[in-house]
Design a binder for this molecule. Structure first.
Ligand SMILES: NC(=O)c1ccc[n+]([C@@H]2O[C@H](COP(=O)([O-])OP(=O)(O)OC[C@H]3O[C@@H](n4cnc5c(N)ncnc54)[C@H](OP(=O)(O)O)[C@@H]3O)[C@@H](O)[C@H]2O)c1
Length: 267
């Protein structure tokens, strides 16, 4: 697959890390479909990227609206007949989330509906298109806050970040990655979770150590596994790159189909 005929969908690509993932994938020659739930915001992102001469389109997709997910898949099928890269980036936090003793169950439901169930629904809808690719990549935007190990380690910088809804949604997303990778292991579809690091976006109230541009680098690397400077291990399932430095605050540990994690404080 070369850049010129590679097609990617990035959900939640109208701002933050998703917009930068879209920009970097387009800069690598990929035709990027910006997924956004609001037409005005989709248009803004489209203008932003086309003004730089990048090859992008947009599609309306709301993770909480199954009909919009199916319609987006149908639009991509009709226009392109396949998808090479799916970046499941869209995600939320919720002001009413918190520790297990006090978090609002409704907030937890909202977060899980978007970050986990919505992502699962998008993935299922796009699978027939990904199966048409010679080398498809699914990248799930996860978080170190989804790590059961780090949540239980008093020495971890993530230990104090008790957001039962958000953290559980990312743990569940990691479960999706592992099970889906296993289910698809005989196909040309590689699935990874990537934690981008602690990034200054609306989601973090612009706290964080990294710019959105920096936070997009690891997800883009996984989206382009096997392309140009980003080698994929041959069959993909057991190769490990332990302790490899990648950008700021980033320590990559992965099997080629499995989890990529990045060290750095919440989220
Ligand atoms: N920032 C960090 O430090 C950090 C760390 C680890 C993981 N992450 C993950 O990285 C991803 C991107 O986060 P970010 O920091 O870039 O956040 P952000 O700036 O708040 O962007 C989130 C994006 O998701 C979209 N979105 C939310 N709910 C949606 C829905 N129901 N349907 C479709 N799109 C929806 C938003 O659209 P609207 O503009 O319409 O709201 C927006 O485009 C998230 O999955 C997040 O959990 C972020």
């Amino acid at each position: 697959m070369t850049g010129s005929n590679r097609i990617a969908l990035v959900t939640g690509a109208n701002k933050g890390i998703g917009l930068e993932i879209a920009r970097q994938l387009a800069q690598a020659g990929t035709l990027v479909i910006i997924g956004a739930r609001d037409p005005g915001r989709a248009d803004g992102a489209l203008k932003n990227l086309t003004s730089q001469g990048l090859k992008v389109q947009s599609v309306l997709i709301d993770l909480n609206k199954p009909s919009s997910i199916l319609a987006a898949a149908e639009t991509i099928r009709v226009e392109h007949g396949k998808l090479d890269i799916l970046v499941n980036n869209a995600g939320i936090v919720d002001a009413e989330d918190g520790p297990p003793t006090s978090s609002s169950p409704d907030a937890v439901r909202r977060i899980l509906d978007t970050n986990f169930v919505g992502t699962l629904a998008v993935t299922q809808a796009m699978l027939p298109l990904l199966r048409q690719s010679q080398a498809a990549r699914i990248v799930n935007l996860s978080s170190s806050l989804g790590s059961l190990t780090l949540n239980g380690d008093p020495a971890s910088p993530y230990y104090a970040a008790r957001l039962i809804g958000y953290n559980a949604s990312k743990a569940a997303l990691n479960m999706l990655t592992v099970q889906l990778a296993e289910e698809l292991k005989e196909t040309a579809i590689v699935v990874n979770s990537v934690s981008p690091g602690y990034v200054k976006t609306d989601l973090t109230g612009h706290s964080g150590f990294m710019t959105a541009e920096e936070g997009a680098k690891l997800p883009v690397r996984y989206a382009l596994l096997g392309e140009g400077p980003f080698p994929a291990s041959s069959s993909g399932r057991t190769a490990k790159h332990r302790g490899k430095k990648f950008g700021h605050h980033s320590r990559l540990r992965t099997t080629a189909t499995g989890l990529g994690t990045v060290a750095g404080p919440p989220t």
